[in-house]
Design a protein around this ligand. Structure first.
Ligand code: 4AD
Ligand code: MG
Length: 444
């Protein structure tokens, strides 16, 4: 049952002039009553296979002739090196078995052009058929990039001696403000939500583990549908004791550069298939990321005649303009206190600001990381919670972290889907996640 030969291996030249058994799906098919040209797809690529009636016999030939796109098959044959064939190889079929057929009355609904290149899953029809769209070349590529990004995040943190740690998804308080909280029915209670971030529970474990990280889903009731917002997204977060804003930024930069380098090491053909400029990715992997204060960014934007007032958080429209000409990601630090949640530590040098950072990706992508130093004394956190007018009850456990040996600490959250979207050059964040969730869609 287990496969012994893979299309990608054949195309790499591993079985030239040898017999192979390929298992996969029919990607394309054409031909006459005597000869069929079948492009076979598996998870590693596509290859042209030629079946002649004279060689395979009438029964097999008729089976192949009637087989529609996405029929699953086992093809046995000889590997010919052929310059003219896509990928440089062609299979001369000697025998074939149809495994799972497709009913002609209900053919595969996704068109050839959408299969091969696609509009990035943008149409409602393709979103409705997302479960089938996953098989397209473009989506398969995105899923492989995802796998490399997740692997890179784990290896970065583990190689830097961080401990992987899990927080609950059902929570009783906001981290990132009440407007994007998802309320969940919970045995008649009205104060239970899906978590927006792992952070508060990570801070509770900070005195136990000191350096910790996670990759987990976070939930935000984002009503606006933008190219960078999902209601359920994958969040890579870290927390670190004995660290200030600058130490945390060093890890943010290290992590993003490591993801870019991993893409180059593991996924060059995939990036090329998306038309991505590899020099850009190498630039993101090789160069340091400059740091800029919020005030400087606001002045820059005002100089570009953008309508922005000091004190506003930068929304997407502004980050887009700001990052259009960045050559590498830039950190923006020292946002006004009024623009950020209570947990950010006030700058002791100037109380108007907090010791925080956002990392903004170039090419108009904008924020991919949000983080900073935490308010770590009991007195200060109580003042900040009261200033925001938030009831303390849900945060008692969080305040306790400060009551029993508080230490300077900080952390960040990286939007994994956003990073993949940026590095792959996707138009929309939906393109890089298998089943995107937004305010209108929870199916399929
Ligand atoms: O900036 P945010 O809201 O920061 C936090 O949640 C902190 N508690 C993280 C921490 O310090 N541990 O979110 C962090 C990142 C953003 O920079 C963005 O990349 C991503 O999470 N993100 C989203 N990605 C997709 N869809 C959404 N709706 C997102 N909201 C945030
Ligand atoms: Mg943010």
């Amino acid at each position: 049952m287990v496969k012994s030969h893979w299309v990608g291996e054949v195309q790499s030249g591993m079985y030239d002039d040898q017999e192979v058994e390929l298992k996969g799906w029919i990607y394309r098919t054409r031909g006459s009553n005597k000869i069929r040209f079948i492009v076979l797809r598996d998870s590693t690529g596509t290859i042209q296979c030629v079946a002649k009636r004279d060689t395979v016999g009438d029964e097999i030939f008729e089976g192949l002739k009637g087989a529609l796109i996405e029929t699953s098959v086992i093809l046995n044959g000889h590997v010919n090196v052929d310059e003219r064939a896509p990928g440089g190889h062609e299979i001369v079929v000697s025998s074939a078995t149809i495994v799972g057929s497709v009913n002609p009355e209900n053919p595969f609904p996704i068109t050839q052009s959408a299969m091969e290149n696609a509009d990035g899953g943008e149409t409602e029809f393709l979103l409705d058929n997302r479960h089938l769209y996953l098989r397209t070349g473009r989506m398969t590529t995105m899923l492989k990039l995802r796998s490399s990004a997740f692997g890179a995040i784990h290896s970065y943190f583990r190689d830097s001696d961080f401990i992987e740690y899990q927080a609950p998804c059902f929570v009783a308080g906001a981290v990132e403000g009440g407007s994007t909280l998802f309320e969940v029915p919970y045995f008649g209670r009205k104060d239970v939500y899906l978590t927006q971030s792992w952070q508060l529970y990570a801070e509770a474990a900070m005195p136990a583990l000191e350096k910790l990280y996670t990759i987990a889903p976070s939930f935000r009731a984002e009503k606006s549908r933008t190219r960078r917002h999902l209601t359920e997204f994958w969040h890579a977060e870290m927390e670190m004791a004995w660290a200030g804003n600058s130490d945390i930024m060093e890890h943010g930069e290290g992590l993003v550069r490591h993801i870019a380098q991993t893409f180059l090491d593991e996924r060059t053909p995939e990036l090329e298939s998306l038309g991505r400029d590899l020099d850009l990715i190498a630039r993101y992997a090789d160069n340091p990321y400059p740091r800029m204060r919020y005030d400087e960014a606001v002045e820059t934007l005002q100089g570009m005649s953008v309508d922005i007032e000091w004190g506003q958080d930068l929304d997407y429209s502004k980050e887009k303009i700001l990052t259009q000409d960045f050559d590498v990601p830039h950190f923006l630090t020292h946002y006004p206190k009024v623009a950020k949640p209570f947990y950010h530590r006030v700058d002791p040098d100037d109380e108007k600001y907090v010791l925080c950072h956002d990392l903004l990706a170039p090419e108009g992508y904008g924020e991919i990381i949000g983080g900073g130093e935490r308010t770590w004394s009991e007195e200060e956190i109580l003042r900040r919670i009261d200033e925001e007018g938030t009831p303390r009850d849900a945060y008692e456990f969080y305040i306790d972290v400060r009551r029993f040996g508080g230490v300077p600490h900080g952390g960040f959250g990286l939007g994994v889907d956003r990073v993949i979207s940026w590095l792959s050059g996707a138009e929309h964040i939906r393109e890089v996640i298998p089943f995107p969730r937004d305010s209108r869609r929870v199916t399929p």
